[in-house]
Design a protein around this ligand. Structure first.
Ligand code: GAP
Length: 586
């Protein structure tokens, strides 16, 4: 793996083995929600623990060999709604939707998908004159090839003009004109709709968003994709945040949101962390936790869910050092996946082009993975240089400007020794320039490596899944399914087998099991032939099987069988622990 696989078959495998279940399955499930079974919960926990250990407690030294200072947070999922106004999520985290008015349907669908359907439909019906269609294709081609920002703006304007003419000719009910699709506006919309931009995988984001603007004025004679009726409403903004109400009254004043990312909890606690830890720049704050997005089109198993977990770091640094830290985190994060068994060839870091960047971002690299359900690599994690965007937005909205700035006390104490005053406040009265002030007091820049725990779990599962053709001792062909997890991530680290349930073997096996249980997740199995027991453990990715046999009582040795090579060796029973530890550290 990951060569192409049948995801339905894979999902069934995950269900049968206890990795992932459809949420509330007995009631027909619910789209975009998943439950982790007995093995899945261990796997995902190991992933989150590995991230916390390697990024928060023990990150490698920084670009100049310095120790990295990191602390963690665990914030509430529901926060003051002003947080989401300041972050831009309330205003912009939205997609245009159409609703079906047909009795018994009432399904929502995305307006831009409607546009695609209609465009294809009109092309098929030859309702679009050939030369218009060709012109449109040319514009499409122009915005899909790498071009300068000016050329792209021109292309966007051209596509809007083309599209307008095309639909005026093709659809007689089209009366309205396109009023809002300047390149800048399209770009801003694009940034806010980053999550769904893959709908147009080869299209420049801004171009796609210009199209998206266009559909707002589209005549609603498209068919509902669910029931086929032509009873769709005008497109309306649809916010991706789940809403609820805090308190007994469901009124607008009580409206709250389930967080769509963990990041904002970190930004609004920036001052609390600084005050309680007395950290100095540069430092990072990390959080692992649930995020919720009312995705319009959850798909590809758990890849795009409505409830998922993120593992996010906001790394605060001096603006002059931000590019150095951006490069550090980008390289470190890609390497981390490889250390956990993901082949480098399946990982694709993709630096976003300038024109793709969100409005606040100076640079973003998506770490993408070749999931077996897709021809194109898909995002596992985004490493974004967010500049001072978030702290500034919260400073402006909350009015706590001082709280969200950083004062370099050490530098001031040093420099002020030769100044007329040691008081920064006094010094400000001498009207220093903005540049002089910014030397001591400034808004830090932020580098944000933002990873998805569920997406990485899915990547680990698909990468580990292996079907092997074997030939047994009698020359018979056989297939074994083996999950080749890195030992650190494997849900169960070792299985302990008494060869037979007699001759003191169960007692010795139980003794070994009990000595390992406080240290690792181990499993005791005394049912069936040993060969079958091996297969059961291979299928769930247990790196070691340890068998206690007739010789164990005589010489104190056991057989260790290694999952991937299937090789067996005899070791003293008290070396089993070291063998497991060595594998975990590999
Ligand atoms: N704070 C930045 C942020 O949230 P993002 O690219 O929207 O950035 C970061 O999300 C990561 O969260 C993604 O790279 C992905 O791994 C994960 N993620 C986002 N939406 C998801 C979804 N609907 N289902 C599963 N994982 C998702």
């Amino acid at each position: 793996m990951p060569s192409k696989i049948d995801m339905a078959k894979f999902a069934k495998f995950c269900k049968d083995t206890g990795f992932i279940f459809q949420s509330s399955e007995i009631y027909g499930g619910i789209n975009g929600f998943w439950d982790y079974g007995p093995l899945g919960v261990e796997l995902k926990k190991n992933i989150k623990d590995a991230w916390w250990q390697d990024m928060v407690r023990n990150p490698p030294p920084g670009p100049d060999g310095q120790e990295i200072r990191m602390v963690g947070l665990d914030c509430a999922i529901i926060m003051n709604p002003q947080v989401w106004v300041a972050s831009g999520h309330v205003g912009g985290f939205a997609d245009p939707m159409v609703a079906c008015k047909a009795e018994g349907c009432k399904k929502l669908s995305r307006a831009d998908q409607q546009w695609v359907v209609m465009y294809q439909d009109l092309t098929k019906r030859k309702a679009i004159p050939k030369e218009r269609n060709e012109a449109m294709s040319e514009v499409m081609a122009a915005i899909t090839s790498p071009i300068s920002a000016e050329d792209r703006s021109e292309a966007i304007n051209a596509i809007v003009t083309e599209a307008k003419m095309m639909f005026e000719e093709a659809a007689p009910t089209f009366t309205k004109t396109i009023t809002a699709s300047s390149a800048q506006e399209a770009e801003e919309l694009g940034a806010l709709n980053k999550h769904e931009r893959k709908l147009f995988p080869n299209l420049f984001l801004a171009g796609a968003m210009a199209l998206l603007e266009f559909v707002k004025y589209f005549p609603v004679d498209a068919k509902c994709p669910a029931c086929g009726e032509k009873q769709l409403t005008e497109p309306r903004a649809f916010n991706l945040m789940f809403e609820s109400h805090a308190g007994p009254i469901a009124s607008d004043e009580n409206k709250v949101y389930l967080r769509p990312e963990t990041a904002q909890g970190i930004f609004v606690n920036y001052r609390n962390v600084l005050n309680s830890t007395r950290l100095k720049l540069p430092f990072g704050i990390a959080q692992v936790g649930k995020a919720f997005r009312n995705e319009i089109n959850p798909r590809n198993f758990t890849f795009r869910s409505r409830e998922f977990e993120q593992m996010e770091i906001e790394f605060f640094c001096h603006p002059n050092e931000s590019m150095k830290w951006y490069e550090y985190w980008r390289d470190l994060r890609k390497k981390w996946y490889s250390t956990l068994g993901i082949q480098s060839s399946n990982l694709v870091p993709r630096e976003q082009g300038k024109e793709e960047l969100a409005h606040y971002s100076i640079g973003t690299t998506d770490i993408e993975y070749m999931f077996p359900f897709s021809e194109e690599p898909q995002e596992l994690e985004g490493v974004a240089h967010r500049g001072a965007f978030d702290l500034t937005a919260h400073a402006n909205k909350s009015g706590k400007v001082d709280d969200l700035a950083y004062f370099d006390e050490e530098l001031w104490n040093n420099d002020s020794q030769t100044m007329s005053t040691r008081s920064f406040k006094e010094w400000l009265k001498s009207s220093p320039t903005e540049e002089q002030i910014a030397k001591y007091k400034f808004t830090p820049h932020v580098i944000e490596p933002s990873a998805g725990a569920d997406r990485f779990t899915l990547a680990v599962l698909t990468e580990a899944y292996t079907e092997e053709e074997l030939v047994d001792g009698k020359g018979q062909k056989d297939t074994r399914i083996v999950m080749k997890f890195h030992p650190r991530l494997a849900p169960i680290k070792a299985a302990i087998f008494p060869l037979v349930n007699k001759d003191g073997m169960p007692e010795l096996a139980t003794k070994l099991y009990r000595s390992l249980k406080p240290l690792f997740n181990v499993f005791y199995d005394d049912k069936g032939a040993v060969g079958r027991r091996y297969r059961r453990q291979d299928e769930i990715g247990t790196p070691f099987c340890i068998t206690i046999d007739g010789d164990t009582a005589k010489d104190g040795t056991v057989t260790i069988r290694e999952r991937d090579s299937m090789q067996q060796r005899r070791v003293p029973m008290d070396e089993v622990k070291t063998a497991i530890v060595n594998a975990l550290l590999s």
